[in-house]
Write a protein that binds this ligand. Structure first.
Ligand code: FAD
Length: 404
């Protein structure tokens, strides 16, 4: 197959796509275009080991530079794509344009901006890229005051790393509990206690009205009128998918670039993968947009197989993880629509799971330091297995043995 595949965006999904195309013995040309100056890299360590200085930049890359060279990939890094010309099958860059036979949109997402004054002051950072971490790390001296805005998983991971590095950490969150978008109140409570015990100050049900300072940030004004002194501010208030190029090109977009279960957009010559997509999930029977490495990797594999003439459908139980202190949170499935919650294990021992059921079937799990529950739950969710809920809390019985 001697086609020219152009990949728009050079993030995690793009790196996997190149690897998978080569695994499928794709013989055509691969062109990779991305606006960051780096080869595709993994973002999860940016708020974990890389931020803590425990991981070298080289280990972030999905593949080393030699891989792209050997695979004959034409690289356009530091290059912003400005438009897609579907009629002539060309991708426009600021100072170039590139023809494609198949185009893959792997455009990811970008941080949501905090709509208050002062976010452009020195010492105020968002966290999405290697460059962002370099900016934050330069300011992470012990004793400095860090205010984290947003208690989602990224904000809390930053808080954990900074607290352990000896900073004085305050987290401000508008909702009345941490990670409210992704976990149950039981898990939020557990993490609130953990962070508080570690010395992090949590300000829940609190918004931010301004970041103050002349050149550098000096303080953060909260909705309850407090002025919290700050040497460093990290904002983590969510992301939004990069869909504008697709919208302008007339592709279907609805909370993400709409794809079918083959990762094909409303144009049969254009695929889309990763954070930027809205895709069908057969296990849950609905359209969804996910922000996770697993989704980026699996969609990239699906698209690569289909570009190479396969007929592969994407069907996966979504999963995700977060590392805070010595706690590994692993989430499988989506808990939306559950009608029962069972706690399995002992939160006081810092190893337990929160299982979500709907009509007697397991639909999601939040596992804390409980990898076996996480792995076995994934299978039960995928199988739509009916569970004997009365046994779930009994840690003597393995989850895999609970099918009713
Ligand atoms: P991205 O990796 O965002 O790549 C998209 C690329 O396209 C970017 O480089 C972007 O700059 C580029 N691009 C966009 N528009 C253009 C344009 N017009 N022209 C050229 N290039 C363009 N997920 C987990 O599962 N577990 C975790 O623990 C976890 N931790 C995370 C921690 C942090 C700090 C962050 C930021 C993310 C984390 N994630 C985690 C999410 C995960 O990293 C993303 O889901 C994943 O990177 C998505 O891959 P992607 O290729 O779709 O998008």
């Amino acid at each position: 197959m001697n086609q020219r595949v152009v990949i728009a965006g050079a993030g995690h999904a793009a790196g996997q796509l190149v690897a998978s195309l080569r695994q499928h013995k794709f013989e055509g040309q691969i062109v990779l275009v991305g606006d960051e100056p780096y080869l595709p890299y993994q973002r999860p360590p940016l708020s974990k080991k890389f931020l803590a200085g425990e991981m070298d930049a080289e280990r972030l890359y999905v593949k080393p530079a030699s891989f792209y060279e050997e695979a004959g990939v034409e690289l356009h890094l530091d290059s912003t794509i400005t438009a897609i010309d579907r009629e002539n099958k060309r991708l426009h860059l600021a100072d170039d344009d590139i023809a494609y036979d198949k185009l893959v949109l792997a455009l990811g997402s970008r941080v949501r901006q905090l709509p208050v004054e002062g976010t452009n002051l020195k010492g105020v950072h968002y966290l999405r890229s290697i460059a962002d971490v370099e900016g934050i790390r330069g300011n992470m001296e012990p004793g400095r005051r860090l205010v984290v805005i947003g208690a989602g998983y990224i904000g809390l991971e930053v808080a954990a790393v900074a607290q352990q590095a000896g900073l004085d950490v305050t987290v401000i969150e508008m909702a009345d509990r941490v990670m409210s978008r992704v976990v149950s109140p039981e898990i939020s409570d557990f993490y609130q206690i953990e962070h508080t015990n570690q010395g992090v100050r949590l300000r829940l049900s609190t918004g931010v009205t301004a970041l103050n300072g002349k050149k550098r940030v000096k303080s953060v004004t909260t909705t309850d009128g407090d002025d919290l002194r700050a040497d460093l501010v990290v904002i983590g208030v969510g992301i939004q998918p990069n869909t504008e190029l697709a919208t302008d090109a007339g592709l279907a977009v609805d909370n993400g670039i709409v794809v079918d279960n083959h990762c094909i957009t409303s144009d049969p010559d254009i695929f889309a993968v990763g954070d930027c997509t809205s895709h069908p999930n057969a296990i849950y029977g609905r359209q969804m947009r996910l922000e996770s490495v697993h989704n980026a990797v699996e969609q990239a594999k699906t698209a690569a197989a289909n570009i190479c003439g396969g007929d592969v459908s994407y069907s996966q139980v979504p999963w995700f993880w977060s590392d805070q202190y010595d706690l590994k949170l692993q989430i499988a499935g989506l808990s939306e629509g559950h009608d029962d919650v069972v706690i399995r294990g002992n939160p006081a021992k810092r190893t337990f799971s929160c299982l979500y059921l709907a009509e007697g079937r397991l639909i999601a799990v939040d596992a804390i330091n409980a990898p076996r529950d996480f792995v076995q739950s994934k299978q039960l969710i995928a199988d739509h297995a009916e569970i004997d809920a009365s046994k779930l809390a009994d840690t003597e019985i393995a989850l895999k043995d609970m099918i009713a």
